[in-house]
Design a protein around this ligand. Sequence first.
Ligand SMILES: Cc1cc2nc3c(=O)[nH]c(=O)nc-3n(C[C@H](O)[C@H](O)[C@H](O)COP(=O)(O)OP(=O)(O)OC[C@H]3O[C@@H](n4cnc5c(N)ncnc54)[C@H](O)[C@@H]3O)c2cc1C
Length: 548
Amino acid sequence: MAIDTVGTDVLVIGAGPTGLTLAAELRRHGASVVLADAGGRAERVARGSGAVVLHARTLELLGPHGVAGELARRGHRAHAVHLVAGPRRTASIELHRLDTAHPYVLVLPQPALEEALLDHADVRWHHRVEELTDHATGVGAVLQGPGGPVTVHARYAVDCGGADSVLAAGLGVTARGGTTSVAVSADVRVDGDFAAGVVTAYSAPTGVVLLLPYRDGHVRVSVLDLTGTPPEPTLTGMQEAVDAIAPIPLRLSDPRWIGRHETTPRLLDHYRAGRVFFAGDAAHRFAPIAGLGLNVGIQDAVNLGWKLAYVCRGLASDSLLHTYHAERHGAGAKAMRAAESLNGLLRKQSVSPLVRNLTGPVMRRLLATETVQDRFGTLFSQLGLHYRQTPFSRSHREHGARAAGDRVPDVLTASIGDPDLRLYELLSRPGYLLIGCTSQAQPRAEREALADLFAQVREAYDGLVRPHLLVAEGLPADGAVPVLVDTRRQFRTRLRAQDGDLLLIRPDGYLGFQLPRAGAGLLPNLLGAWVVTHATTPALTPTHSVLG
Ligand SMILES: Cc1cc2nc3c(=O)[nH]c(=O)nc-3n(C[C@H](O)[C@H](O)[C@H](O)COP(=O)(O)OP(=O)(O)OC[C@H]3O[C@@H](n4cnc5c(N)ncnc54)[C@H](O)[C@@H]3O)c2cc1C
């Protein structure tokens, strides 16, 4: 039988939420993709409900794919999380204060998310990647499909094959683990005197019950067992567990899905082995308590997609790919620590009355404070995640940048033709944004030198770096470089930006670097870490004497 052979930039293994997002990101940034899944679409749907919680940062990152609005409409927006320890409410974590267009956790069944992502994907279902060979110039893979084997030659491969993927182990990548826990979940109707519309967590020595309300009136009920004898995955089993944990009567009925899940947390030691990368559950698995797995996986995919695409297109050097492990392994380790500490605290409470008596009142007081509320808000939104401590960000700061690695908020600006232009609208187009802050207070010669430098950047990077001048007030006619107005001073205030600052915003909405006026001469060097200019254009020539 003749073997089909396909060439592509990137082979994505697994069409779960991580693989689907990654494939969409790669295409959006101009790379070719083969996306293969060992199973079929129907099997994924039949697997059941899976994840239900989407965090604000995940929705922000899905924005450029045009699906965030639709998901927000289809899901239930829970603006608060109630924590109930013992007979009374310990705290309400208010999410509406979050600095985002999505100040809530979105409760939505995983299949609905996958359906939306599938609109942007072309999946080879029933194609299992069985052999993966990493050689100097690319990755060779053999896919076993219904029509026989298919050979794929890719420049890079990404394992998004979920928790059961064996590819990392096959490539010699080691992992560290955590404590196994069991959760039994059901999508049911719930009658009782609980706060409708918010997420509620009831905690007792024997376990935790989570209530996550769907838009259609059903509720995801999850029981995290702390006794070592988890409930039976039946309506009766769930009812008994809920009766034992919740301080108020709750009656469960009309089940449309019930499942039992045993999770042993795991984090790969390296997210990259040669030309193969690992993302999503293939790279990490967390204790289910914080609902992080799918969210962190989607964020891995968004972090990696543009980097791989630009390297494949010759627009960035391979060193950009090192940042994936540095940034996302750090994020995975942080998520694992957060989930493990929450799990650990619940377990300690369950075995030790002393810990329970001590932590109960202290927790109540702590959770009422704004600082701790903000901490929890950050966990349930993932908005506070940053890449400040990675080698790339640190090296930028050592070379004169004022800041690097922070999430850039979605501030309001104005441009010619759009008096209410959100920064994220600009970011929804592929490429980097380079913002130069200026105002009438700045000497004219400096303003002219900045406009000149930006015109050169525009030419040298051929649209991949899009420079914009950000003025404090008054919209001049667009010249060679587009102009934005910081109408409400949100940009300057939220990013602590001053006249003369140059800010590079990455395609995933994090700050590449923020250079103060005195460091403008360093711009070509710092830009060179992110993107390579095409050889025929002259090097940038910032006028040090004017800008510096
Ligand atoms: C009950 C439950 C509740 C959850 N709740 C939440 C929540 O509220 N929030 C949250 O963030 N997370 C939650 N999670 C976790 C979340 O479901 C997972 O983190 C998420 O599905 C991981 O997505 P993924 O794309 O990385 O992997 P998966 O969804 O596992 O997809 C992997 C795909 O790869 C394919 N594959 C594997 N090996 C190969 C191969 N060799 N070749 C080709 N294809 C292959 C598989 O067929 C599969 O389709 C929950 C999980 C469960 C079970």
